[in-house]
Structures are given as C-alpha cells and as structure tokens.
Design a protein around this ligand. Structure first.
Ligand SMILES: [Zn+2]
Length: 293
C-alpha cells in the first residue's frame, strides 16, 4: 500500500500534466471504486481548470476553478499513467504496477495540456470524490487526520502531547493516523530504527506526565522527517529517470534500513545486531534488538 512519500511522488509526477490545465473530457469506465463515483462526477470536472495540486496525508487534492476540490486516493493498487496523446507511447507511469491491462483504467482525464491521465486500479480500493473547498474541513475522510509529518507544526512537543498517557507501543501509536498522518508499516519501522527506539516501547515514554517532550521525542520526530524526506528525494530521482521506458515507481527499497531485511546485519554504525521480524497488531515489524531500545 502506498505511503506518504509514494503519494507525494505521484503528486509531483502529475503536476506538469494537470496543474493549470482544464479537464477537456472525462471518461468513467467503471464508477464503482471503493465508493461509487457521484452521478455528477464528470459534470463537476469537465470544463474546470486545475488551479493547484496538493496533498494531505495520502490524499491528492486538485483545486478546481469552480471552487470544488477533487480528492483522489490510490488505495491498495491504484496507479496513474500519463500519456501525451491517445495511443501514444506512455510518458510515465506513477505508482506500482500490478496489472497493465487497460481493463483496469477506470477513469481517464483528457487534459487541455494534451496529456491523458488514466487512473488504473485492479483491486478498486482507490477512490475519488468531489468536495466544495469550503466544506473540506468537515470532510470525514480528512477531518480526523493528525498533523502532516513534514509540516512545520509537527515537532517533538506535538508528538509528545499526542502520546501522553498512551499505553500502546510506539509502533501502534505512529501507525495511528490521528497521531501523525500518512505513515504506514514501512516508514514507521524505518523511523523507529533511525531514532534507535524499540517498536515495542510504550508510546507514553517519549513524554513526561504533563506531556512535555523528552529527548526520545526529539529523536523520533527527526527520524520521521528524515526517512520521509529521503524517500521523497529518491522518488524525485526516479521521476527524473522516467525517460527510461521501463521506469517504474514503487517503494524505494534500496533505501530501507530494516524493513524486509530480517536476518541481515544492522546498518547502524558499530552495531553488531541482526535485524529481527516480529508481528505487532497483525503486521510485520522489523527492528534491531541491539541498538533500538
Ligand atoms: Zn542495530
């Protein structure tokens, strides 16, 4: 499932095709995505210009000249592909590709820029929704999301306050979208390793009783920001490499320090540890039992 860095990379990949361009025509081949597309979906997009393409957690938000916002979520298997002209060689494909068949191109945007943007999603857990900008704050999909981890407001004090009195593990706390938005299994494991904190550590131990941050909270926020920034940078390089026809964007696996590295040597300098896998809340957690405590 895509996490924040992958979604940000998709946003950057779509921006040149969509930002400032108008939806000349919208084709819906299948409207039964995770939720059915609204009946007025095409009408609310066609003829409208994209005035900005943003991101909130794992949602892409296209601001439209009509005052609406198009919300898009990749779900488990969604991908966007950008073509320059119908039948033309694909310019780029954004997001991991499990199925190349055009039968899964459920939504097609013909942009006034000349670009054709297709949304392909074999498992149809992805979603699209059109919401008036004025009602975005009340949108249920976004309302309960915690702070944006790369935003300036997200710091040790904010994370500590969210973990104050929280008796769950740090792994569970960081996976909770209300504590911090957009992190999933992979980047939680990676951030905890960078912060040298055990995924089993009780979340409340990064804060004092009053909720003030300690040095662990500082390390953890630094770890989260660093791992996401590095992944987005790696995604940016893979976008630039998209001149290659086989360029495929997925997770930037060569950068993982613990995720999916069970049995391998820990990469922390001078640490003799071996990466271990355990199961927490039904998900695999990878960590080093020596340097993470
Ligand atoms: Zn280690």
């Amino acid at each position: 499932m895509p996490e924040l860095p992958e979604v940000e990379t998709v946003r950057r990949g779509l921006e040149p095709a969509m930002d400032g361009a108008c939806f000349a025509k919208v084709d819906v081949h299948r409207g039964d995505l995770r939720w059915p597309l609204p009946n007025d979906f095409k009408a609310r997009l066609q003829g409208k210009t994209v005035t900005g393409l943003g991101r909130r957690a794992k949602y892409l938000l296209a601001d439209l000249s009509s005052g609406d916002v198009l919300l898009m979520h990749l779900g488990m298997s969604g991908s966007f592909h950008v073509f320059r002209e119908e039948g033309d060689k694909k310019l780029a494909r954004y997001y991991h590709e499990r199925e190349k068949h055009a039968a899964h191109d459920h939504v097609v945007f013909h942009m006034s820029s000349g670009a054709i943007v297709t949304f392909n999603d074999p498992r149809r857990f992805g979603s699209m929704k059109v919401v008036p900008r004025a009602k975005l704050d009340a949108e249920p999909l976004l309302a309960r999301l915690g702070p944006e981890p790369l935003g300036n407001a997200f710091d040790a004090a904010m994370l500590a306050a969210a973990c104050k009195g929280n008796k769950t593990s740090l792994k569970a706390a960081l996976s909770d979208q209300r504590v911090v938005a957009g992190l999933g299994n992979i980047y939680v494991c990676e951030a905890l390793h960078r912060a040298l904190l055990s995924p089993k550590r009780i979340a409340a131990t990064i804060a004092s009783k009053s909720g003030a941050p300690n040095e662990r909270a500082e390390r953890l926020v630094d770890g989260i920001k660093a791992v996401l920034s590095d992944a987005i940078e790696a995604g940016g390089s893979s976008l630039r490499d998209h001149k290659r026809p086989d360029g495929d964007l997925g997770y930037f696996q060569h950068h993982f320090r613990v995720y999916d590295r069970e049995g391998e040597r820990c990469v922390t300098p001078r640490c003799p540890g071996i990466v271990k896998r355990m199961v927490q809340n039904g998900r695999s957690t990878f960590s080093c039992p020596v340097c993470q405590s």
